[in-house]
Design a protein. Sequence first.
Length: 86
Amino acid sequence: MEYDYDKIDECTLALLYLVTYDREENLGARAWKSFDWETMNRLHEKGFISDPKGRAKSVVLSEEGFKKAEELFHRFFGREASGGES
């Protein structure tokens, strides 16, 4: 089976949104980096995260990366509220 690496990258970026912290408006946020190294390298090459290589257990999401991660997270994992449900 061949993989669609763009879809893998989008889902990984969406999941990075789930594990973000230290959000600073217009500067991005930090996220834990426990994902596939090849995927993390592609996200770095696309400008969404800082270089994942190194001793730190987290990466910095650029402002663009944070906003894209938030958008993808809601698209892939959000649920529409209906009626009396919260």
